[in-house]
Design a protein around this ligand. Structure first.
Ligand SMILES: *Cc1c(COP(=O)(O)O)cnc(C)c1O
Length: 365
């Protein structure tokens, strides 16, 4: 399915925005994904007509027909990226073109129409521009942008829908970890897998998250923060966490990360870390790594650090791994030097405090 031409945006400012004092109070402690800005983007799609009726308007509830296909068959995809206040006072996004490309790959897998890259990027620009007062000034704060699209056609038959709605909402967020970066503990689920070969593991779709919630509930019941998923075929190799990719630091300083191949989400943070490590002369291997290798390597010292990465928390050390059969600590269970060094390098580029050799920083203002 082709997305067609890029429509022009109609801008209708919110007539009753949140007042200055209330906004300041909300921004003082935004948390993650709890508060939202004054506006949102909507663009409609109909088969044969393409994308049309592009608007930036007041954020409000959307009306949805009870027979809308998404409510029954979950034809839905999303993206997640951040807008930052830069060191020099400007505003920038990090690699939004990569999110645009991935959005279209997810759309293809879910039999949805692609969105022209120009429309995707413009939708983000317009929303940031109108809601820029919502970007937190705090050191680690940012405006989290959530573009998404779903099947809005009113039809209970099983086939790709003929009508869709694309939206972007924005949420000011603080530091993902209040009180500094905190290592996470992960639960290696013996019962559940995230993605099988041929499935939707590489698509950023809500359905992947829905099917992971039981595993996440188990993780929390066992005192862990997150799930680490093993491959669906042999139940042996590490895939990723529920919403973050995984890296290992070996004793020679090289990095290992599971390969892309359909069952893991191609993270933009993952890709950025690989590129940064490689230009710094660090060896990076994309290969399968088993949970046994991880456990034995942690005990022998062959694996010195492990970390998870994604837009929301950037880079997070993994301190402990638990399953019904074993429990082990990764090295000192904390803030490895390589992990924290890569984190700083990436954040400094994102904030305009360091050179941007790959041209990843996309200025908005
Ligand atoms: C979004 C996501 C990631 C991280 O991707 P980034 O582009 O780095 O934010 C990793 N795994 C899953 C399952 C995801 O949905």
């Amino acid at each position: 399915m082709s997305g067609g031409d890029s429509p022009d945006f109609e801008i209708r400012p919110n007539q009753a925005p949140v007042d200055e004092a209330e906004r300041a109070a909300l921004l003082a402690d935004p948390g993650f994904g709890r508060i939202f800005t004054d506006h949102m983007v909507t663009v409609r799609y109909a088969e044969g007509k393409g994308w049309y009726d592009a608007q930036v308007g007041a954020r409000r509830p959307i009306e949805i027909d009870p027979a809308a296909a998404v409510l029954h068959y979950a034809q839905e995809i999303f993206e997640g990226l951040k807008a930052y206040r830069m060191e020099d006072g400007g505003i920038a996004m990090f690699r939004p073109d990569a999110n645009a490309a991935r959005f279209n790959q997810s759309a293809k897998r879910m039999a949805m129409p692609g969105l022209p890259q120009e429309t995707f990027l413009q939708s983000l620009h317009e929303l940031i521009k109108i809601d820029q007062r919502w970007i937190p000034e705090a050191e680690e704060g940012s405006l989290y942008l959530r573009p998404f699209a779903y099947a809005s056609e009113v039809f209970l038959g099983v086939r790709p829908a003929l009508e869709y709605l694309y939206l972007v909402i924005a949420s000011p967020v603080g530091s993902y970890f209040s009180g500094g970066v905190k290592p996470v503990s992960v639960w290696a689920s013996p019962d559940f897998t995230r993605a099988a070969p041929g499935g939707t593991g590489a698509a950023k779709c809500g359905g992947n998250y829905a099917s992971g919630l039981s595993a996440q509930a188990d993780a929390m019941e066992h005192g862990c923060d997150q799930v680490v998923y093993l491959d669906a075929v042999e139940r042996k190799y590490v895939d990723e966490l529920g919403g973050m990719n995984v890296f290992f630091v070996l004793d020679d300083g090289s990095l290992v990360t599971p390969p892309l191949g359909g069952t893991i989400l191609p993270g933009i943070t993952r890709d950025s870390i690989i590129k940064l490590a490689e230009v710094a002369g660090r060896k990076v291997e994309e290969r399968m790594i088993s949970i046994d290798e991880w456990r034995e390597g942690s005990e022998s010292g062959a694996i010195r650090e492990a970390f998870a990465c994604g837009t929301a928390a950037v880079i997070t050390p993994i301190g402990m791994v638990k399953s019904p059969e074993f429990e082990f600590t990764v090295a000192d269970g904390g803030h490895g030097d390589v992990t924290m060094g890569l984190r700083k390098q990436l954040v400094d580029i994102q904030r305009g405090r360091a050179d941007d050799p790959f041209g990843w920083v996309h200025r908005v203002a």
